[in-house]
Every structure is written in structure tokens, then in C-alpha cells.
Ligand binder design. Structure first.
Ligand SMILES: [Zn+2]
Length: 423
């Protein structure tokens, strides 16, 4: 993925060189090589707040953050006034390919939609996600992510940077599992997604032996791949933590002992607070009757809501445990990816700054991209968003995204005052 990000930057540079060489087009719409972004406050994604500062962006990268100075000749000034700037948000768990079909039902392989129609739906989800301020998502996962990732990266499709596991892994002998890890790597996966427990709708009990889990996580480690493991029950969480897999997603039934083991073994914890459950419950008619989306399944999700808030509360109080931010956004949830930030503050007592850092620099670090995205700092990709209002004072301001820049390109700016003046 790092290689690909670098490649995208190189492509952008050579595209600029091509435009410059081709002559006339340049004078009609001069590409502002340097953009200066000013706002009342800038949250750097690592816990610091700068006031009345500016971010300078050149060729898609942040080159300076700090006190305001004279705007360089020819640079574009984007003055965001009273707004709050922060790094593009990262959702470490989003299923962009999940959608509701035109009959208002959750799309399945047999509903008659063509692969093209499914891809268009995924493209719409990607655009909604980007507009909501999420400039990177991690998808665990679907084979279609590969094309989505490439079209967003190189073909101008609007969407967040996509990091994907491609197909998930859920069964096989230890040897087969090791083989599957190597196969995913060859197929272009950025990480491995492993199911070590059943769905919460089926009780969440452990589905792989400790030996199978260890086989996947040790093979991935030797292949330089991270592993995100789906685990709900305490036993499955303990097994995954013992195997030192990279990250545990869900963990609704994790207790203090298992949280402590995650912390001791440096395993990131990615809990969901409410969006995934409330989205299913709010859209019950669209899912009902498909697979384990039945009365029992919906009841299990209703029960999970308070448990999830409580396990996050415990996790926050667990020394050295790092919490990432992943909503498990499915059909109906795309574009509402910031809702768990609000839930984590309101239901689990997390501070707004802590959850913002979780959804930016901690997520980037957990994804192995900590030196490229997730921070507003010199040398980082210019993934920059702005909110109308201060999220530290009121976390619900994360719903008020009004500016999105990805890789130095403005994809959304709802503001009216003093924007985009060329000096
Ligand atoms: Zn998921």
C-alpha cells in the first residue's frame, strides 16, 4: 500500500508535467501548485490544537504547518474562517461493496443485479464516504475492492483511499490457511481478514482452533501482512491475542482479562459502538429474512448495544491498550461513518480528542501508514477536512463536514467566504 501511495503521487506529478508541457491548457486553468489553508483551529490528529495557523500544501503533500506568513505569489488561499481543520478521517472497517438494491433490499448474489450495477453502487458508497470526511477506509473485505481501489487511485473515481483484505479467510487446515495467506498477498491484498468467531447474530463463539489462528497470524507476519481478526467471544479474543495478530475487530464479549492480554501483546482493539447495530435495526425490513438476519439475529444486535458501549468503556481504562476506529459500515451506513465517534464520547465516556486521534493517527499507525496519512504534519499526504464547529467542544460537529481535500485535491467545499482566491 505504501508503494501504491507513492506510485499515485508520482502519477500525479507526471500528469502535471504533461499539462505544463502541453501549453495552452495551462493558461486557461492554472493548476495552483501551492495551496494555503487557513482556519480558526487546526487539530493535527495527534492531540495538538493550533489556533489561527495555516497548512501549506504543494503537489498533494503537506509541506508546512504553523504560524501564518505571507501567501506565496501564485499560491491559492483557502480561508476556512471559523471552521476546524483536521486530518482526513479513517474508517478502519468499511464494506463499500455492501448496498441496498433498487428493490430496497440488502443486495445478495442472487438478486439479479449485474456486476456493473453492483460496482456502481459501490462507487456511490465510496463517494458518500469521502464526502463525509473519510479520506481512507480499510475494507475487510471483498474481491471487488481491488478494482475500486485502483479506479479511485488512478482513474478519478471519487472515493477514499482503499486498503483491502480482498476475500476474507475463515476455514482450512493450518497448512491450507498458510497457503491462503500467501495467495491473498499474490492477489494484491493489503492485509488479511480472518474470522475466528461466529457472527454476533449466531452467538459469536470461537470457530477456529488456536492452532489455526496462530497459523494465519504467523504466516502473515512472515509475509509482511497485517491481520484483522473478527472475534466476539472471550475465548476467541484470548486466542487471537495469544497469537499476537495485529488487530481484533468487534470483541463485544471481551472482558478485562482479554483486554489486558491484548494490551500486553500489542494487539490493537477495534470495537464498534453503535452504528453497525443501529443501522441494522433501523433498516431491519431491508435485511430481514436474508441469512442470519432474523428475529434471533436482530435481538442479539439489540442486546449488543449496551455491551459494546461497556466494553469500550473498559478498553479505554485498560493501560497500554490502543483503540482503533472502525465502524463496520455496511449497506445503509455509508456516509455516516462518524457516528461511532459520537457514540464513543456519549456512551463510553471517551474524550472527543481521544476519539479523533483514534480515527486519524492511531488508525494510520495500525494500518502501517503512520508516516503517510492520519496527521497534519509536513511530509504527509494532503488529506485535510474541515468541520463547521469545534468537535472538541461538541463531538456532534463531526457530522458537519464542509470541506474535504484528498491528496491535495479539493473534493468538497461548502463554504462561501474567501475561498480559493488566487494571489
Ligand atoms: Zn465487517
Amino acid at each position: 500500500m505504501i508503494g501504491r501511495l507513492g506510485q499515485a503521487a508520482t502519477t500525479a506529478l507526471s500528469a502535471l508535467a504533461f499539462v505544463a508541457a502541453s501549453g495552452p491548457a495551462l493558461s486557461q486553468s492554472p493548476p495552483a501548485a501551492t495551496t494555503v489553508i487557513r482556519a480558526a483551529r487546526i487539530l493535527d490528529g495527534r492531540g495538538a490544537t493550533l489556533t489561527n495557523a495555516e497548512v501549506v500544501v504543494t503537489d498533494g503533500k503537506i509541506v508546512r504547518v504553523g504560524a501564518r506568513t505571507a501567501v506565496p505569489a501564485g499560491a491559492r488561499l483557502i480561508d476556512l474562517g471559523a471552521r476546524t481543520v483536521l486530518p482526513g478521517l479513517i474508517d478502519a472497517h468499511s464494506h463499500l461493496t455492501w448496498y441496498f438494491n433498487r428493490q430496497g433490499r440488502y443486495h445478495t448474489a442472487r438478486d439479479g443485479d449485474t456486476p456493473v450495477q453492483s460496482m456502481l453502487a459501490a462507487a456511490a458508497n465510496a463517494a458518500a464516504t469521502l464526502n463525509a470526511g473519510f479520506t481512507t477506509v480499510e475494507s475487510p473485505g471483498s474481491p471487488e475492492d481491488k478494482d475500486l481501489r485502483e479506479w479511485i487511485e488512478t482513474q478519478g473515481l471519487p472515493g477514499p483511499r482503499v486498503v483491502t483484505s480482498l476475500n476474507s479467510i475463515s476455514r482450512g487446515s493450518p497448512d491450507t490457511l498458510r497457503q491462503l495467506v500467501r495467495q491473498r498477498k499474490e492477489q494484491g491484498a493489503d492485509l488479511i481478514k480472518l474470522f475466528a468467531s461466529a457472527s454476533i447474530r449466531d452467538g459469536g463463539t470461537q470457530t477456529l482452533t488456536d492452532e489455526q489462528i496462530a497459523a494465519v497470524c504467523s504466516e502473515a507476519r512472515s509475509q509482511g501482512l497485517r491481520v484483522m481478526v473478527h472475534a466476539h467471544s472471550k475465548e476467541s479474543v484470548m486466542a487471537v491475542a495469544r497469537a499476537k495478530c495485529t488487530e481484533i475487530t468487534h470483541g463485544v464479549f471481551a472482558d478485562q482479562e482479554s483486554l489486558d492480554l491484548m494490551a500486553a501483546n500489542g494487539v490493537y482493539f477495534q470495537p464498534q459502538c453503535s452504528l453497525v447495530f443501529s443501522n441494522y435495526l433501523d433498516n431491519r425490513a431491508k435485511y430481514d429474512g436474508i441469512g442470519n438476519y432474523n428475529a434471533e439475529g436482530f435481538a442479539a444486535m439489540e442486546r449488543a448495544l449496551p455491551l459494546a458501549a461497556e466494553v469500550i468503556r473498559k478498553a479505554l481504562a485498560t493501560p497500554n491498550l490502543k483503540l482503533t476506529y472502525g465502524t463496520d459500515a455496511v449497506a445503509g451506513a455509508h456516509g455516516r461513518n462518524a457516528e461511532d465517534m459520537i457514540c464513543r464520547v456519549q456512551k463510553s465516556g471517551e474524550t472527543p480528542m481521544h476519539v479523533i486521534v483514534s480515527a486519524t493517527s492511531v488508525n494510520a499507525e495500525a494500518m502501517g501508514l503512520g508516516n503517510r496519512i492520519g496527521s497534519i504534519a509536513a511530509g504527509y499526504e494532503a488529506d485535510i477536512i474541515a468541520l463547521d464547529g469545534d468537535p472538541v467542544a461538541d463531538i456532534t460537529n463531526v457530522r458537519r463536514v464542509s470541506f474535504v481535500m484528498k491528496g491535495g485535491k479539493v473534493v468538497r467545499n461548502d463554504g462561501t467566504a474567501q475561498t480559493a482566491s488566487i494571489r
